[in-house]
Structure formats: C-alpha cells, structure tokens
Design a protein around this ligand. Structure first.
Ligand SMILES: Nc1ncnc2c1ncn2[C@@H]1O[C@H](COP(=O)(O)OP(=O)(O)OP(=O)(O)O)[C@@H](O)[C@H]1O
Ligand SMILES: [Mg+2]
Length: 238
C-alpha cells in the first residue's frame, strides 16, 4: 500500500534529511513511525502526500507513483492529520471541514451529514460541530483534524502526532478509535505508549535512515536501541 524505494530528500541547499530510505507497508498494516526530534518523520509523511517535491528514488501509494500528475488521486485515497493542525483546516467551521471530503466523494448531503454525526459522536465532540475553526483550543483543533480524516474514510491514514495536545480522556478516545480502523495506518509520534496500543509494527527513523523495522513490542521493549536513538522506553515498560 505504501512503498519507499531508495528515497533521499534534502530541503533546498540543506543537508539531506532522508537518505536512501526503503520500506514497504502492506494493506491493513498499522505502523508506528518513531524517532527523535528532527529525525525526518514529518518530512517522510509530507513526501508521501506530495506536499514536498524533489525527492530522489520512488514513492508509491497504492501502486501509484507520488508525482504532480497523480496528486489528486493520491489525496483522495489518503487522509492525514498534520503535526500542525493550523495548516490543515481550511473551511470556516468544523462541520464544513468534515463535510468537504464526503461531499467531494459524491455522497449526498444527507449521507455526508450522517457520516459527520457518527464520527462526532464516536469522538464525543458533538459540541464542536458548528464551532469556528479559529476559535477552538489547540486540543479541540487536533480532535477536529482527526474527525475530518475519519469522515473521509480514506484507504490510507497518516497521522503525525495525533495525541499531542490531547487531554487523557481524548487521548484514550483517539487510541480506541484508531484501533478500530481497519485501513492502512502510518502514525508518527513520541507517545510510544500510544504507538504500542495502536500499531503492530514500528519503523525507527534516525538521522533520516531506518535504524529498525520490526514488531512494535520488540522494538519498544529494546531499551538499548531506543536510548541509542535518543528515545526512552514507553511508560508501560519503564
Ligand atoms: N522547511 C524546512 N526547511 C529546511 N529544513 C527543514 C524544514 N522542515 C524541516 N527541516 C529539517 O529537516 C529535519 C527533519 O525534520 P522533520 O520535521 O521531518 O522531523 P521530525 O522527525 O518530524 O521531528 P519532530 O519529532 O520534531 O516532529 C530537521 O533537521 C529539520 O530541521
Ligand atoms: Mg514532526
């Protein structure tokens, strides 16, 4: 479903951020992307969405090369929660943002609204439905961004720090919701307990290279490996 083949990337004249990165994610897999600040997690996600261009190597989403011509098709398959939700919401209200995807997929207004209401109920955030995107809190914005992606029901879900800024209760709601999703998921986070709860496999990125790729339990229990790459054991294992 997702394939990176010998991908390297540098921001303009800067040092390479990703170096000869290769991995594959099969349909239905739930994969955690971990690594220290600046390791390249968000860059990897932005490349997959075609938000950055100029990488060498090949990136495929559901067999389609990520390139300018294919962006529309790829964005239709892929829902994403960016690390900074401010860059994500572009309609005036939470409701309009959530309706945008389903309506774009030719659902009727009633069907789209039904979907929106189901997601809002699931995330326990009906109260935010008609709020203005610029007049809600940081955590509420994060919930709204997640809700928007869920309403799209995309084939691939990318989430960059989905639980940052969330209170414990909303964090738990998001974890439970992610666990129920059967789609292909790639989730970048420093919340390693959340990764443990939601992912079967983990990719550890360090200085733009893959330092490990394996079962989540195994990697997240490996204190030596984590510490070598400026991470710590999840709270559950420490
Ligand atoms: N727009 C940019 N221009 C130049 N360099 C950038 C840009 N965005 C990110 N970088 C650099 O690229 C590297 C990787 O950044 P990236 O945002 O992918 O890291 P990350 O793993 O997501 O980190 P974090 O855990 O802090 O979110 C960092 O060294 C960062 O400083
Ligand atoms: Mg990041």
């Amino acid at each position: 479903m997702i394939r990176f083949q010998h991908v390297s990337y540098a921001y303009e004249t800067e040092q390479p951020v990703l170096t000869d990165l290769s991995f594959q994610i099969a349909a239905g897999e739930a994969v955690g992307l971990i690594g220290a600040n600046g390791a390249g997690k968000s860059t990897l996600m932005k490349l997959l969405l075609g938000l950055l261009s100029g990488a060498s190597g090949e990136i495929l989403a559901d067999g389609i090369p990520v390139s300018k011509e294919n962006l529309k098709e790829i964005r239709k398959k892929t829902g994403y929660v960016l690390q900074n939700s401010d860059n994500q919401m572009f309609m005036p209200t939470v409701y309009e943002d959530m309706m945008f995807g389903p309506l774009n997929y030719m659902l009727s207004r009633e069907e789209a609204e039904q979907r929106v209401d189901t997601v809002l109920q699931k995330l326990n955030m009906e109260y935010l439905k008609h709020r203005h995107n610029h007049k809600i809190s940081g955590g509420e914005k994060r919930m709204a961004a997640i809700a928007t992606v869920l309403a799209m029901e995309p084939e691939i879900i990318l989430m960059d720090e989905p639980t940052s800024a969330l209170d414990p209760c909303n964090r738990r709601i998001v974890i439970n919701t992610i666990r129920e999703l059967s789609q292909t998921k790639l989730i970048a986070s420093h919340d390693l307990d959340m990764i443990l709860d939601t992912c079967d496999r983990v990719l550890l990125l360090s200085d733009g290279k893959l330092a490990a790729d394996g079962p989540a339990e195994e990697i997240l229990r490996d204190q030596k490996l984590l510490e070598e790459h400026h991470l710590e054991l999840p709270l559950r294992f420490s």
